[in-house]
Design a protein around this ligand. Sequence first.
Ligand SMILES: [Zn+2]
Length: 314
Amino acid sequence: MSTPLIAIFVRHSPECKHADDELYRRCNCRKHLRWTHNGVQYRKTAGTRSWIEAEHAKRDLEDQLAGRTSSLSPEDNTQTIAAAVSLFIADKKVQGLSSDLIKKYTLWLGRLQTYCEGRGVFVVKGITRELVTGFCEDWPKLYPSTYTRAKLRERYKSFLRYCYEAQWLERVPAWPKIKIEEPPTMPLTAEEYKRLLEVVASIVRRRDTAIWAARVRGLFQLMRWSGLAIMDALTLKRDELIHDEAKGIYRVVTQRTKTGTHVTVPIPPDVAQELLSVQNDNDVYFFWSGEGSKKSVVGDWGKRFIVPAFEAAN
Ligand SMILES: [Zn+2]
């Protein structure tokens, strides 16, 4: 790895006579360092007003970026955090992770990188236990759910394990343990599900109450028995409910939008009949009008029916 060239420059105070010369060495203004690495420009305070001391800070940083401060052999195992993050993301792309998750990883690791660089740590080797503990300090504010925090911790650890396997890290630093306080989301009990269906008619505020209540009930039934996510259920096509006459069963055959996985699930005949009797102005879909985005129909049904129904059913 080539070591970037680091330059010292001065951020003069407004009163300084040398304010237009950022390379002036003899005034008492603050000294800073800047360099470019992999096309990214970095700036950092040298932590001093003296040019001589700034030279020391510059050499320390050069040593860090060249891996000369480690007891390990310096030649091949020093990696910058910036480069490690891009390699990790590239690796995830090759693994075929969904673009949603890639975006999230980019965001999460970007936060870690910014945090480390803000504390003068630019290389993977500099990621210590103290550093990650500091990084997690405001997590309870950022992510109130301990479940989310525990999941996130695993994501970050998978990055550090990746760095360890690439031999950029001597060991994976211990990450603060997170105790999960809330239980994971469990499916509704039979009793809860019954209550949900019972409140449907009471929460529909539309002119054709009976038709709309039947539609909302039909959607709940479809999700309950097929296991489809709301967007897939709301945009299910009529020809994706298949009647296998030879076997006398109904099956929902479709593809999950989020994962692209093929789904084929048998559903009870009475649920299939209920679904088939749901009225919709569009002939292709059970519920969707076919207009607007799939996301907006989810938002609309969620706000009008689903949230009110769950609230009414307690
Ligand atoms: Zn000055």
